[in-house]
Design a protein around this ligand. Sequence first.
Ligand code: SF4
Length: 323
Amino acid sequence: MGDGMSARKLILARPRGFCAGVDRAIDVVQIALELFPGPVYVRKEIVHNRYVIESLAKRGAIFVEELDAVPDGAVVIFSAHGVSPEVRRQAAAKRLQVIDATCPLVTKVHLEAGRYAKEGLSIILVGHTGHEEVVGTMGEAPGSIQLVGTVEEAERVEVPDPERVGVITQTTLGVEDANVIIDVLRRRFPKLVTTSSGDICYATQNRQTAVKMIGADAQLVLVLGSPNSSNSRRLREVAEATGARAFLIDDASEIQAAWLEGVTCAAITAGASAPEHLVQEVVDFFEELGVKEIEEVEIVQEKVTFVPPPELAKEMEKRGAAR
Ligand code: SF4
């Protein structure tokens, strides 16, 4: 590969890859496949990663876009991105046995939306149009939530009472992009209600902080993740903003020789839904090219874990599954 390849050093960001919400969601599908004798349906991609989906589908999970593709009474898992109350109503009408793998940090945002709506606030959701998490959160208070994705939209958004506005965000935004938008909203609505810690999750923040650090030393940053993974796309953008060339790849086979031209130091990270073995394959790739110096830069140790959804835990107990 590429004559211009002169990389001598490889830096690995840490934390990278699976977060607690993704770990839990994948576990939920695996446990459900072992536990239930009949078919297990999953509404939408359980997490946004091609490899994860392919491996769970191979083990028997049936992925569907909407609940009308699920037979009445069947077992269905909701993805980590969450669902709107309307989807829960459809599931109840079809008497589906629901296992909810919504990440607890997404649920937290849903609860905030519900609380703000109850308090009579107009809600502004900062997020990306069409993303599943955004669709689910908007559904919590369809009459009260408006979506804002850019600074321009933040400048234009109108509310009935500028003194009664609350803001929530998608969990996987770029931290700095979100801050700029929220600053505009705060200027326009000085009494803007926010939560003290914000809604961008710990995993998104840590991965962005880590990639910023490694991006400063590398000319090339490779981000493992699928194109529909929001947090992976943001990681690529944050890496690029450090001045490095940054690419989002599903696996090592997508690396192009031209990207390596003149690169003496390359860096790798992975989005919250990308499995570690894909990172190791990229490490192997660089080792085969002769890179000997490999350094891992850890900015913080993550210790977050989430318990399984109560409905699954109950089912495990009922069926005497030892886990
Ligand atoms: S990226 Fe954050 S919000 Fe999404 S599943 Fe992971 S921990 Fe939860």
